[in-house]
Design a protein around this ligand. Structure first.
Ligand code: HEM
Ligand code: HEM
Length: 175
């Protein structure tokens, strides 16, 4: 298997990003689902502390993955349909916008933020920046649930293409 993508298969780096992010994103949704259904439970107390740093990590990942995808654009396997192209673009868009909105809110709250000990935001004294906090409150969670729904649809479609013998089995390109 080569480092770069080719017409038949995604290469090592694309697979690393795809499956690595699938694992971290699943863990991210686990922290959010635990908060949503069992707020203040022992599990929520254990997991919620991971949500912000892991969300930041996912943002770094998606930026690198997007750049890698652009570099490999002419090499990678052709999408099976226009719907697949649009679906993958929507996944990229949401994976980028969701953590960015959260970071804007974090900045606007005036509270310091140091994911994995990296001093990303120093925080500030005084009033919060209302529009920054309001924007995140309004749509960070909503868009994230939308991403979960799109991801589940994406998984179903990958399995559907595998089951239907007349379709191209796209799973072998990524697995
Ligand atoms: C791809 C990355 C991320 C995903 C998929 C994600 C997903 C979610 C989800 C599903 C919720 C629950 C919403 C609800 O209860 O209705 C949530 C809430 C929250 N997230 Fe994230 N998140 C991400 C990144 C981040 C980052 C980077 C931060 C902070 C720096 C953050 C901070 C929060 C906070 C404070 C809440 C609770 C308030 C709210 O519901 O908006 N998230 N997130
Ligand atoms: C069990 C989980 C998953 C399965 C079975 C799966 C399956 C696949 C397959 C078979 C492809 C290749 C499609 C093609 O070439 O037309 C693909 C590509 C892709 N998948 Fe997934 N996927 C999973 C999880 C995820 C998750 C969690 C995300 C992000 C939310 C994601 C985002 C993407 C994107 C953006 C592509 C386009 C190629 C790229 O730029 O990396 N997938 N996936």
């Amino acid at each position: 298997m080569s480092v770069f993508d080719n017409q038949q298969h995604y290469g090592k780096v694309s697979r690393f990003f795809h499956w690595g992010m699938a694992i971290v994103l699943s863990a991210q949704f686990l922290t959010a689902l635990t908060r949503f259904f069992f707020e203040d439970s022992w599990l929520d107390k254990l997991l919620w502390g991971l949500h912000k740093p892991m969300g930041f990590l996912l943002l770094l990942f998606v930026v690198l993955r997007g750049l890698w995808a652009l570099m490999n654009r002419s090499r990678r396997p052709a999408s099976v349909s226009r719907a697949a192209v649009l679906g993958h673009r929507a996944l990229y868009g949401l994976m980028f916008v969701i953590p960015v909105l959260a970071l804007i809110r974090q900045y606007g709250s005036g509270r310091a933020f140091s994911p994995f000990g990296i001093p990303l935001m120093d925080g500030f004294e005084g009033e919060k920046i209302e529009w920054m906090v309001g924007l995140g409150n309004l749509i960070h969670g909503e868009l994230a649930w939308l991403l979960l729904a799109f991801t589940l649809g994406h998984i179903v479609m990958a399995l559907w293409h595998r089951i239907r013998k007349s379709h191209e089995d796209v799973l072998t390109r990524m697995w």
